[in-house]
Write a protein that binds this ligand. Structure first.
Ligand SMILES: [Zn+2]
Length: 454
């Protein structure tokens, strides 16, 4: 036997045993999670005892204290709060809306968009101009839009594979529609809710004003009522729409990103970040968005402590504040990471619901791509069918400029937009075992990055 052959044999055997060892490690995580896991109970507490937790709210402050305590009690090596100033938007009274069909007021289900101004106590009433896109809006111009309420009514595309793609194809109406409509003198905006479903739940979500134009009130309308309004407009183009909302933006409030670490045994200065966002919309209790991501992140790290498996590199859980209506927590985190010259090997975001894992998106350097691909088979038993080469997320996005490899966790997306930003994003919509499979997949990914680097 030649030396070269012996060397090759050794290489193959050590590869195989490394793979075996990795699969044993992930199986330990699996066993711990499915026999003594905490993720589901934590989510229950967060949703039912703390509740909705929009930035600046008292519940957001309670959630900060609670999650820091959880990480301390779980044996994390270091836990701290990172101060950040956040916007404080409040919804005010329950919104009211109707359209006038003949002399009849037909009530419609709406909710104010996050960051929107109110209508004033009397509400706003005007004729409605329906458009399908920002481009169409621009072709109408001031002449047709001055003094009107603009109704953005482009539905989710049905023939796309993932919920995220459909959302991405429609959300410009909510994010930028009100600012663009104000440019042409509109007095209000109503946006079709961001969902595949035709149902009765308005979906809130942030809108972004442009400081060069007036801030006009903006709301979301349920898809069922959007179809109804659209049909009524076809019969009577001069139909009047009324809405009243008393939401307002209050002065910024001090809040925190919540951070907890398990120190690496060999390369403690190499950080693997995993996180989601602790804030949630105010209409429900943010079970899928993003209570699930928060408990998955904390639990994936806790599994290392619970099983006595030590990571070589440092695992850092970050629960970001203010993803929903400002991203201030993410921006602050990235700024401080740069200031301290921290070395993040990778950042993993889980903010797509507590559903069954499907894939991981990995934006890594070309030289690491094959290594990351080779991990898929280890995670397959827990739901990961593919590892794609596009990873990221809103909260970890700002780290991209610092050259950090970004990973997005993608659970099944087909039901996410049934609940997203609505009054029904509640604990009962999360399946315990699906959530647990998410935890195990993420813990496995943490293990592999901590063991092999990128
Ligand atoms: Zn989210």
């Amino acid at each position: 036997m030649s030396l070269r052959f012996l060397g090759l044999m050794f290489f193959i055997t050590s590869r195989v045993s490394a793979q075996q060892n990795d699969s044993i490690v992930v199986h330990h995580f699996f066993h711990e999670e499915f026999t003594a896991g905490k993720s589901y109970d934590w989510l229950h507490y967060l949703c039912s005892r703390i509740g909705a937790r929009l930035s600046g709210s008292p519940q957001a402050a309670v959630a900060v204290e609670w999650s820091a305590t959880i990480m301390k009690e779980s044996g994390f090596d270091t836990v701290w709060l990172q101060p950040v100033m956040v916007p404080h938007w409040v919804r005010g009274d329950r919104e009211i809306s109707w359209m006038l069909e003949g002399k009849q007021k037909i009530p419609l289900r709406i909710c104010a968009l996050g960051n929107s101004v109110g209508t004033g106590p009397k509400g706003v009433s005007a004729q409605v101009v329906e458009v399908k896109s920002l481009a169409e809006l621009r072709t109408l111009g001031k002449e047709r839009l001055q003094g009107k309420i603009v109704f953005f009514n482009r539905p989710f595309e049905q023939a796309v594979l993932t919920g995220g793609e459909a959302y991405g194809g429609a959300v410009d109406q909510r994010g930028h529609g009100p600012a663009e409509a104000a440019r042409f003198g509109a007095v209000g905006v109503v946006v079709r809710s961001m969902t595949h479903q035709v149902d009765e739940f308005p979906h809130t979500g942030a809108t972004n004003y442009n400081d060069s134009f007036p801030k006009i009130p903006a709301c979301a309308i349920s898809t069922f009522d959007a179809d109804r309004l659209s049909a009524a407009l076809k019969k009577d183009a001069a139909l009047r729409f009324y809405f009243r909302q008393t939401c307002q933006m209050l002065p910024d409030v001090q809040s925190y990103n919540v951070i907890g670490e398990i120190r690496g045994t060999e390369k403690p200065h190499e950080i693997i970040l995993i996180g989601g966002h602790l804030d949630s919309w105010d209409l429900a209790t943010g079970a899928h968005d993003d209570g699930a991501g928060c408990v998955e992140s904390m639990e994936a790290a806790r599994l290392f402590k619970a099983t006595g498996i030590a990571p070589k590199r440092t695992i850092r859980v970050v629960l970001f504040m203010n993803e929903e209506n400002g991203l201030k927590g993410a921006l602050k985190y990235a700024a401080i990471a740069r200031e301290r010259n921290e070395h993040h090997v990778a950042a993993i975001e889980t903010d797509a619901g507590g559903f069954m894992p499907r894939s991981i998106g990995a934006s890594v350097e070309t030289h690491a791509a094959a290594k990351v691909q080779s991990w898929q088979s280890l995670l397959a038993p827990y739901g990961i069918q593919t590892i794609t080469n596009e990873g990221g997320g809103a909260d970890i996005g700002p780290l991209k400029k610092q050259g950090v490899a970004l990973f997005g966790f993608h659970p099944d997306s087909q039901r996410y937009f049934d609940y997203h930003h609505t009054a029904i994003d509640t604990f009962d919509k999360v399946n315990k075992r699906e959530l647990q499979f998410g935890v195990v997949s993420l813990a496995g990914l943490l293990w592999l990055i901590s063991e092999y680097g990128l």
